[in-house]
Design a protein around this ligand. Structure first.
Ligand SMILES: Nc1ncnc2c1ncn2[C@@H]1O[C@H](COP(=O)(O)OP(=O)(O)OP(=O)(O)O)[C@@H](O)[C@H]1O
Ligand SMILES: [Mg+2]
Length: 251
């Protein structure tokens, strides 16, 4: 199996709290891997490490055959890694469209305020907003969006990374609980977007608590418990394992 991304024996603590403990997991191209586990089991910590927001004490990250002891936040996009945030992070004082354009044109927020973008970038950002169902909001301040709409904008920003010509082609996309709080039509739309990325060859990491969605969309499932690997395999098999049910339901 061709793994594009490997976490090798990663340990990460916050003060006295062990978030990840000697964890080894791998992710493949063209595959949706669901990352599941109880609250506090270390899922978001993995996303933070892969996007350079958390420094790990032990272990290595191997991407494209290169091993790293740390990832700088500025390096993550050039490593082809994009993500959404569980606690949404958009530029509140910018319009919805500018939130997309700032990535497509690869500008700092400061530059985006003063530099014009081209016709092609404008067209691409409209296409992305239409895909995530936010065209009607394109001129609104991002800060005025509802919780669900903010999530859609974050997903749009991942698509912008995917399509921005000046970044390395995105080949890892991390979605941290993007479905929570979305209405059914939107869940379907986002599921299709995620599947389309998979079909393009992206390694998708989907952090998710909704097991019906995991069964429906994911090709593989990794279960964490207290920062360690509990089970790994196809969703149907893994989610019926006794130890997984026990960890989740506490039975
Ligand atoms: N910035 C931080 N400072 C201190 N502790 C943290 C920090 N981030 C995470 N932790 C701790 O690390 C552990 C793993 O947290 P993490 O956010 O990775 O869990 P999670 O699996 O994403 O949980 P959830 O399903 O609730 O989102 C938890 O015990 C959490 O309290
Ligand atoms: Mg989390």
């Amino acid at each position: 199996m061709a793994y594009i991304l490997k976490l090798k024996k990663i340990s990460k603590s916050y003060g006295g709290v062990r978030a990840l403990s000697d964890l080894t997991v791998s992710f493949q191209k063209g595959t949706i891997t669901a990352l599941v586990g109880p609250n506090g089991s270390g899922k978001t910590t993995i996303a933070n490490i892969l996007s350079g927001l958390a420094v790990f004490e032990k272990g290595e990250i191997e991407k494209d055959g290169v091993s790293r002891r740390f990832i700088d936040p500025a390096d993550a996009p050039d490593m082809g890694i994009a993500r959404t945030f569980q606690n949404i992070r958009i530029f509140e004082q910018m319009s919805v469209m500018d939130n997309i354009l700032v990535i497509l044109t690869r500008r700092t927020v400061w530059e985006a305020l003063f530099m014009r973008h081209g016709e092609a970038e404008e067209r691409e950002s409209r296409a992305i907003l239409a895909e995530v169902g936010l065209m009607g909001k394109k001129n609104d301040l991002a800060g005025s969006l509802s919780y669900g709409q903010r999530k859609l904008l974050e997903i749009g920003r991942v698509l912008a990374f995917d399509r921005a010509p000046s970044f390395k082609r995105m080949d890892v996309a991390i979605f941290d609980e993007v479905f929570a709080g979305l209405f059914p039509e939107m869940i379907k739309k986002i599921a299709h977007i995620i599947q389309a990325l998979r079909d393009e060859g992206v390694a998708v990491i989907m952090i998710e608590h909704n097991m019906d969605l995991v069964r429906e969309i994911a090709d593989r499932c990794i279960v964490l418990d207290s920062g360690a690997l509990l089970a790994e395999g196809t969703p149907d098999r893994v989610l019926s394992e006794k130890k997984v049910l026990e960890a989740y339901l506490g039975v």
